[in-house]
Write a protein that binds this ligand. Structure first.
Ligand SMILES: Cc1ncc(C[n+]2csc(CCOP(=O)(O)OP(=O)(O)O)c2C)c(N)n1
Length: 319
């Protein structure tokens, strides 16, 4: 467990979002030195934290390639995550997955799929397995608006609805599908509208408001438990950095980007808590310091960790 792993209080969720931001910005900085590369979820932290903190320990998570926030919100150690990205043996998958395929069985994070939409069919399979084994748990499946445009989205939702599977489909609609704006590939603005065609309840929530996301996720999970049916939650948000590191975002409308930067989820939560006198500026500064220290230690741990030995080349992998 990381030190900033638990709880769904506004302060705990804020600190977790700050941890995710610091982790991803550190990786982005390391990329320029050739040490690590990744797809960040900067701007989408509220969605990850709000949803993951609504899950129980027995619930399961499957995610797409923008996975760091979901793992950190679940309690993953930033050092072991960084070690994984750097290919070190102390990483969650012994350095063999990188950021794009990382999983952490002990945290119930079953997989990261870099095949767009892959997580949707696999989560549906995990949901079927849980249902057949009569497990009292929910599967949370994180995917993007691009994945929702793939055929596998429609097949998965149809089957999950027919088979009454306990799945929370979480579409992080971050407006981008690699270098293509979703307006070029989708009719309408909301993926949540599509779920109704499969007889599934759905909702769109402000994905930059961590408290709103958390409340919506709690409500969605309660509905899954009550009805035994899947649910689609769309967190409407924005990818503030590029598709991967490095990416100069030359294709992004600067005005659109500026508009969403002004709705940065961390800034919003800090302002809200300051206004409500739920936190002081000094407490936020202390949080920032804790987070920076944690990430500094994580980067040092990863850099000091050994690479896997050659004898392990074919272990833990499919051949
Ligand atoms: C099946 C498949 N097609 C294309 C790609 C290349 N690709 C990687 S990420 C991505 C964009 C995915 O967009 P979205 O699902 O909205 O997720 P986001 O990156 O916005 O989180 C694409 C096209 C891929 N990895 N897999």
């Amino acid at each position: 467990m990381n030190q900033i792993s638990n709880g769904n209080s506004p302060a705990s969720m804020l600190e977790c979002m700050m941890l995710i931001r610091a982790y991803e910005e550190k990786l982005a900085a390391l990329q320029s030195t050739g040490v690590a590369g990744t797809c960040t979820s900067v701007g989408q932290e509220a969605s990850a934290v709000g949803v993951v903190r609504a899950l129980r320990a027995s619930d399961r998570i499957l995610t797409n390639h923008r996975s760091a926030g979901r793992l950190l919100a679940r309690g993953a150690e930033p050092g072991r995550m960084m070690a994984e990205v750097m290919g070190r043996s102390t990483g969650y998958c012994k350095g063999k997955s990188g950021s794009l395929h990382i999983s952490a069985k002990e945290l119930g994070v079953i997989l990261t799929s870099t095949i767009v939409g892959g997580e949707l069919s696999l989560a549906t399979g995990v949901g079927l397995s849980m249902s057949m084994l009569a497990q009292d748990a929910v599967v949370a499946c994180f995917f993007g608006d691009g994945a929702a445009c793939e055929g596998v989205f429609h097949e998965s939702l149809n089957l999950a609805s027919m088979w009454k599977l306990p799945i929370l489909y979480v579409c992080e609609n971050n407006q981008w599908q690699a270098y293509v704006h979703r307006k070029e590939t989708m009719k309408g603005d909301h993926v949540s509208d599509w779920a109704r065609g499969y007889g599934m309840e759905s909702r769109t929530v402000d994905g930059n408001d961590v408290e709103a996301v958390h409340t919506a996720a709690m409500g969605a999970i309660a509905r899954i438990r009550e009805t035994g049916m899947p649910y689609l939650l769309e967190t409407y948000t924005y990818r503030l950095r590029g598709h991967y590191e490095p990416d100069d975002q030359a294709y992004v409308d600067p005005q659109e980007l500026a508009g969403w930067r002004a709705k940065d989820p961390i800034m919003l939560q800090q302002h809200r808590m300051l206004q409500q006198q739920a936190i002081t500026a000094a407490e936020i500064a202390a949080m920032q310091q804790r987070v920076s220290d944690t990430i500094g230690r994580a980067a040092a741990f990863a850099a000091d960790s050994p690479f896997p030995s050659l004898s392990e080349l074919t272990t833990d992998v499919y051949a």
